[in-house]
Design a protein around this ligand. Structure first.
Ligand SMILES: Cc1cc2nc3c(=O)[nH]c(=O)nc-3n(C[C@H](O)[C@H](O)[C@H](O)COP(=O)(O)O)c2cc1C
Length: 491
């Protein structure tokens, strides 16, 4: 679907004059949200009710589930906000920062930092997440173009990226990175929209580095645009319906990735034509940046805290020139701290686990569950009553599902894949190391893994931590019945 096919023009935004003394937008919370229908949503204290399909709704929903804390003390964007976010995420919570030094725009982070948060985003139970993600590609749902776009209520004049409240998250980050922006670009040949995460390091008012791994769609689009002798138009939506973040983490080459977001939401995503580029952008985003990735130009970018838990290096990356910034009245900025649980869950676990599951199920119908914890370099698989040799075959299949996978551990289904102590117990008690552990040297891994050599070659390992059919009957796990302790301790 191309932008020209749609006749409904976006509402003309107010041109906002930048005040050089105030690097912020709008007024501090409380604010009034305006739905895509144009109806003002109900303001509730220092909160932002939403439409059910935007960031404001998600913030309210997380708060309602006790999964978001409000931080009212003033925090600095320079490494303080990132440290507070880390403390919140250890507690399983997102954080809404109401007071940012030098800015009046609130900042939210860690919104998709837990499986519970992701379940709130999809309005489902945690144990339904897997199927919701797995089936998203089976029911692609086209976006719908709307006339009234809150994301285009206001516009910068002149454009100034340094006015956005972009944090320097981790102590060793080389600068401020936009991390939670959904980067939107179209395939130069087919015109399909791709959504992705490409961190943007802010260099000056209109210029940012845009990080693109070599095998990503964005890198491929840019390469083809450069071959055709021009740059690549792009937009970045910041502060969106969480299903757009999930869709951006998807690898989907069969169609338009807005359709994946629509499938996850169960309704077409509201979009409008971008103001300066031939692209459709989310109508309910808090901010939209528009611009072009310059053909044939690269500049050093990084380091930044990566999903591996280490800092990335400094490498030449494409340059993004930003031509327009539009935003809602009183916008909320959204961020994802590098190496946070949110970074890992979105980038390495949640969206990939269904593919791991279907790969290992081809090998065995006795697969019960899978997990890609942490960086996604480890894969866990649990099996119910595996036959002789089956755990090893399943482990080989798991290794082949993604180049990042480096260590596969297969356990019996009495082990809780989400409990590190239970996993360690299985390794410590059930593995006969001389026969249950196999290393595979010389395989392709992730270049960010410190154990990879300069060609990304590394040693993989598979560990069969199942008891094995020959001894299973002799070794039952000790499980006491659970009790409600309050009934025993209350007077
Ligand atoms: C928070 C976050 C940040 C990411 N940053 C980058 C990045 O800077 N560069 C990159 O190439 N991929 C990055 N990724 C990974 C991809 O953008 C993303 O997983 C997407 O699926 C790419 O798919 P595509 O190749 O279909 O576009 C990031 C992922 C997440 C969750």
């Amino acid at each position: 679907m191309s932008a020209e096919e749609h006749t409904s023009p976006a509402r003309q935004p107010h041109e906002e004059q930048a005040d050089p003394m105030d690097p912020s937008f709008g007024s501090p919370a409380p604010v009034e949200a305006v739905a895509a229908t144009g109806r003002p949503a109900e303001a509730k204290g220092a909160s932002h009710e939403g439409t059910g399909t935007d960031l404001r709704w998600f913030i309210e929903a997380l708060r309602g589930e006790g999964l978001l804390v409000d931080v009212r003390r003033s925090v600095s964007l320079d490494r303080e906000l990132g440290a507070v976010l880390r403390a919140c995420e250890k507690d399983g919570k997102a954080a809404l920062f109401h007071s940012i030094e030098g800015h009046s725009t609130p900042v939210v982070g860690g919104a998709l930092g837990s499986r519970r948060g992701a379940a709130v985003a999809l309005r489902c139970a945690v144990d339904e997440l897997f199927d919701r993600v797995r089936t998203a590609t089976e029911s692609p749902t086209a976006p719908r173009v709307v006339a009234d776009a809150p994301s285009q209520q206001r516009a910068h004049d002149p454009v100034d990226l340094t006015r956005l409240p972009v944090p320097v998250h981790a102590p060793g980050d080389s600068g401020a990175f936009i991390n939670a922006g959904v980067v939107i670009a179209r395939d130069p040949d087919t015109g399909r929209h791709n959504l992705s995460f490409n961190r943007m390091q802010i260099f000056d008012e209109t210029t940012a580095g845009m990080n693109m791994n070599t095998w990503r769609d964005m890198d491929e689009f840019l390469r083809r645009a450069e071959e055709q002798g021009h740059g690549l138009p792009f937009a970045v939506a910041i502060g969106v319906d969480p299903v757009l973040l999930m869709a951006a983490a998807f690898r989907y080459d069969d169609g338009d990735e807005y359709e994946i977001a629509g499938a996850l939401r169960g309704a077409g995503i509201s979009v409008v034509p971008a103001r300066t580029a031939d692209l459709l952008v989310p109508a309910e985003a808090e901010f939209v940046l528009e611009g072009e990735i310059i053909a044939g130009d690269r500049r050093d970018e990084g380091p930044m805290a990566e999903f591996t838990g280490h800092y990335s290096g400094t490498r030449p990356q494409p340059i993004a020139k930003v031509h327009a910034i539009t935003h809602r009245d009183d916008p909320i900025y959204q961020t994802i701290a590098g190496a946070s649980s949110e970074h890992l869950l979105l980038g390495a676990s949640l969206m990939r686990e269904p593919r791991l599951h279907s790969t290992v199920r081809l090998m065995s119908p006795r697969v019960v569950d899978v997990r890609l914890p942490g960086s996604g370099f480890a894969a866990y698989v649990s099996l119910a009553d595996p036959r002789a040799g089956e755990a090893r075959s399943v482990a080989i299949a798991a290794l082949s599902f993604h180049a990042n996978t480096k260590c596969v551990i297969v356990v019996d289904d009495d082990i809780d894949l989400d409990d590190p102590a239970d996993m360690m117990w299985a390794l410590a008690t059930r593995v006969r190391w001389e026969r249950d552990c196999t290393t595979i040297p010389g395989a392709l891994g992730n270049p960010l893994d410190p154990s990879s050599d300069s060609d990304s070659v590394q040693t993989k390992v598979i560990i069969d931590a199942t008891i094995g059919p020959d001894r299973r009957g002799d070794y039952q796990k000790v499980i006491y019945p659970s009790v409600d302790l309050r009934q025993y301790l209350e007077p």
